[in-house]
Design a protein around this ligand. Structure first.
Ligand SMILES: *Cc1c(COP(=O)(O)O)cnc(C)c1O
Length: 401
């Protein structure tokens, strides 16, 4: 198994912080009690869970009672969307965007087959929303507006509070998938317009298998998982104690590091981006350069395939990602880049680098070192180098079947 690589795929998942592992381990070994038990052995675990909940609430500027643990970000998104609809059965309209994560997009698609109408807001070439289009889509029949805080592929950040003010005028519930934002953007739910907010542990240096849904006090919530009284009846099932303890610690560390890590990651990201743009001809940054996560850059390289770049990077032990989804054996360009209306010349050659607080200058410089020759070699092999028309024709064959 490979365990030393240059890991620039932090929007896919992150390394668990060693301090997080340390606080979690005793709850897998010695302290295995059930937090709901009446005895001291279980009760002490319940107390540790309360502390972890306070740590997570502090990161969000929320009250502990507003946190519901889930198994992952996907569950949080599913639970929030279903709860909002169940709480307002008379309303049958949902507003979302074309660039959401599949955990929102595919739920909405399924709801369309169950009598709901869904508006998928468009984005411009920078991946930004048009607030007039949002406003025009809202009606008294809108039950839910579900919009991501920051895009996992491009890092583009949406103006969530401006959106929320408009949503509130129409009395809809406002859910935000903040899986990419938590720990990267300061949040304060006390002064926010957001009703429900999803996060995931493994995207913020916590373990996989734990997430949380923030539910504003007073917002009507109908649970998805029915059973015992855990999570105040909002999510039944014995708590994933070790992971909850871990998420508490991860949240505490995110809050501690947020300001300085943000500055550092932005500096390294900009170094990577600007140097690659200067050294490599025919490449562009995808996304909103000003309203963007500090750790993310998505760069489109003309005339070559993103997957070929990834394979070459992989030989140097560099982990990055392309937004393409492998559907039934063929590579489909990312729905996010497609929605942005990117030209076909860069749609297939886009690569996302996502940094974290462990990323070093030496690692960034290693990428800067190898990328120009990788791109040059692949372009030399490409029959369509500098031939937009030929490349376009080839790509339309690839994407049309
Ligand atoms: C990763 C991610 C999710 C899904 O979270 P999981 O914990 O992997 O289920 C949802 N939304 C966004 C924006 C993400 O980046």
């Amino acid at each position: 198994m490979q365990n030393n690589c240059i890991y620039l795929d932090n929007n896919a998942t992150t390394k668990v912080d060693p301090e997080v592992i340390e606080v979690m381990l005793p709850y897998l070994t010695d302290y295995y009690g059930n937090p709901s038990s009446m005895h001291t052995f279980g009760g002490q675990v319940g107390k540790a869970v309360r502390t972890a909940r306070e740590q997570l609430a502090a990161l969000l500027g929320a009250d502990e009672s507003e946190i519901v643990y889930t198994s992952c970000g996907t569950e949080g998104d599913n639970a929030a969307i279903r709860a909002a609809l169940l709480a307002q059965p008379e309303k049958r309209h949902i507003v979302t965007t074309q660039v959401e994560h599949p955990a929102v997009l595919n739920v909405c698609k399924q709801l369309e087959t169950q009598g709901y109408t869904v508006t998928y807001l468009s984005v411009n070439h920078q991946g930004q929303l048009d607030l007039d289009e949002l406003e025009a889509s809202l009606t008294g029949n809108t039950a839910l507006v579900t919009i991501m805080y920051a895009n996992n592929e491009t890092g583009t950040v949406f103006p969530i509070e401006q959106i929320g003010l408009r949503v509130k005028e129409y009395g809809a519930i406002f859910h935000v998938d903040a899986v990419q934002a938590v720990g990267k953007i300061p949040l304060n739910m006390k002064t926010s317009t957001v009703d429900m907010l999803t996060l995931s542990g493994h995207k913020l240096h916590g373990p996989k298998g734990i997430g949380a849904l923030y539910i504003r006090r007073g917002v009507r919530f109908r649970p998805f998982m029915i059973g015992g009284h855990q999570e105040r009846g909002r999510r039944a099932g014995t708590e994933n104690v070790p992971a909850i303890i871990a998420l508490g610690k991860a949240a505490q560390l995110e809050l501690l590091h947020l300001e300085e890590a943000t500055k550092r990651e932005r500096r390294l990201r900009d170094r990577l981006e600007q140097t690659l743009l200067a050294k490599i001809p025919d490449c562009v940054v995808n996304g909103d350069i000003t309203q963007r996560l500090p750790n993310t850059t998505n760069i489109g390289f003309k005339y070559i395939e993103g997957e070929a770049i990834l394979l070459s990077l992989n030989k140097y032990g560099i982990c990055a990602s392309s937004g393409s989804a492998c559907t039934s054996g063929s590579l489909e360009p990312s729905h996010v880049l497609r929605a942005m209306g990117l030209p076909y010349t860069t749609l297939h050659g886009s690569i996302r680098f996502s940094l974290c607080r462990y990323t070093t200058v030496a690692e960034i410089d290693q990428v800067i070192e190898v990328m120009p020759s990788i791109v040059e070699r692949l372009r030399a092999l490409s029959p369509f180098k500098n031939d937009d028309a030929g490349w376009l024709q080839e790509q339309s064959l690839v994407t049309s079947h």
